[in-house]
Design a protein around this ligand. Structure first.
Ligand SMILES: Cc1cc2nc3c(=O)[nH]c(=O)nc-3n(C[C@H](O)[C@H](O)[C@H](O)COP(=O)(O)OP(=O)(O)OC[C@H]3O[C@@H](n4cnc5c(N)ncnc54)[C@H](O)[C@@H]3O)c2cc1C
Length: 404
């Protein structure tokens, strides 16, 4: 093995999280990003649905996303929809976005090695010694003062150092890109029920006249293969009910993400995790892109404060800020996720009915795993009043009217 090269920060994973860390690191730092795929942004492992307001806040250029004005929800026996008047959704050009992020982190002192895999690491005085292997070449030793695990659900660095085991519960999904046909081009669809047990499906139109139709499930809650789920869905009457035309498959995307309770530990000495390696995607629908970009940049700033400005508390503050941002919402969202994984078709019909009874803001908050106390109280009150109304109907009682 060659003698160790030395960097300030080694980032493992050139997905949106790792690239966002790299982008925000101080230009004075020597940084190496290793990415096991041949190219940035290929293959695509996500369906890229997000929210316009977040993308604007993150400065993502408008040409990298397609706006959705409506979101519809289907189960075996129910359907509902919300016009997105205040909370526009968006479908990202995933490859374009990742390449844009990579270009923003390019500068002197930055090295991005594609087709290069992180193999293992060990703690060393004042840093970490890692072993990487470029495809078809010999292993190389790398020393870094800090190492960032941005390797997604693999949690490759965490697993190599024994800090956090690989996730015991994962979401696995597959998506087919097809011509959009006659489907409405500004409408997203989420579907639940017997065609996607312990998971959900989606149909997201993109800016290029295609629609991404996918299905995901949770292992080991279900042992279903997403390909079989898609086959079952495509052969069912569901696509026609949703106004989807099934055309030739132009491209297949597949991906995995962790589906475990949020664990607030991010900093393990000189090793820090972020993105899916830190379980940042929302527990309700596994939406991660806007979050991993925002938190990746926050970690880049914290690392700069630590390594350049000599602020020893910067990483602890970053960890605490993430705990504040995620812990409560993700606990509630994870409970909902586990409940949904046990649901049968009738339960999903009830879920879709309840989403239909929500306001646009409440439905969006549910998808985003944002459970504000006021929203929970409002939903609880409406749920109780519906239960009371049903009880009254069942007992043949009329609601009391106020006498004048
Ligand atoms: C099927 C599916 C659909 C999704 N849909 C959406 C959606 O619509 N909207 C949304 O916001 N989010 C969605 N997500 C979630 C979103 O994709 C993730 O939250 C996000 O990609 C996480 O980014 P990341 O950079 O942490 O990890 P990743 O995107 O997984 O990137 C990590 C990278 O690290 C590389 N890597 C791994 N191990 C090593 C190693 N040993 N050495 C070098 N490189 C390594 C991997 O090849 C990978 O490219 C979806 C996820 C899945 C699985």
């Amino acid at each position: 093995m060659q003698e160790a090269e030395s960097y300030d920060v080694l980032i493992v994973g050139g997905g949106p999280a790792g690239l966002s860390v790299a982008e925000a690191l101080d230009p004075a730092l020597r940084v190496l990003v290793v990415h096991q795929d041949r190219e940035i942004g290929e293959p695509v492992r996500t369906s890229g649905c997000s929210w316009v307001a977040d993308l604007e806040a993150l400065g993502i250029p408008r040409h990298l996303y397609h706006v959705l004005n409506r979101m519809e929800f289907y189960s075996d026996g129910e359907q509902c929809g919300h016009d997105l008047l205040r909370h526009k959704a968006a479908v990202l050009d995933v490859t374009g976005l990742y390449r844009w992020l990579a270009a923003r982190s390019e500068r002197e002192g930055r090295t991005l090695l594609c087709a290069t895999k992180f193999l293992t690491a060990e703690r060393a005085p004042a840093g970490v010694r890692a072993v990487i292997r470029p495809r078809g070449a010999a292993e190389r030793a790398v020393f870094a003062r800090k190492i960032v695990d941005a390797s997604g659900w693999h949690g490759a660095v965490m697993a190599a150092l024994g800090d956090v085991p690989r996730p015991s519960r994962i979401g696995v999904g597959i998506e087919y890109e097809m011509p959009i046909g006659n489907a409405r081009p500004d409408r997203g669809v989420l579907f639940l029920g017997s065609s996607v047990p312990a998971g959900y499906g989606w149909a997201f139109p993109d800016a290029h006249g295609r629609i991404r139709i996918g299905a995901g499930t949770i292992h080991p809650d279900s042992d279903a293969n997403p390909r079989n789920l898609m086959a079952r869905f495509l052969a069912s009457d569901m696509p026609a009910r949703m106004g989807l035309e099934i055309g030739p498959v132009l491209r297949v995307n597949a991906g995995t993400l962790p589906s475990v309770p949020y664990d607030p530990r991010l900093v393990f000495g000189d090793v820090i995790r972020t993105g899916d390696a830190a379980n940042f995607a929302t527990p309700t629908v596994g939406e991660g892109l806007r979050i991993v970009i925002e938190q990746g940049r926050a970690l880049g700033r914290a690392l700069s404060a630590c390594l350049v400005a000599g602020d020893p508390e910067a990483l602890a503050r970053h960890e605490a800020a993430c705990t504040r941002a995620f812990r409560r919402n993700y606990r509630i969202g994870f409970e909902a996720n586990q409940r949904l994984a046990r649901y049968g078709p009738a339960d999903f019909d009830g879920t879709v009915r309840r989403i239909g009874a929500m306001s646009e803001a409440e439905a969006v908050a549910l998808i985003r795993s944002e459970f504000r106390a006021s929203m929970m109280a409002g939903l609880g009150a409406r749920f109780l009043s519906r239960r009371l109304a049903r009880l009254r109907d069942g007992l043949g009682l009329r609601p009391r009217t106020r006498s004048k």
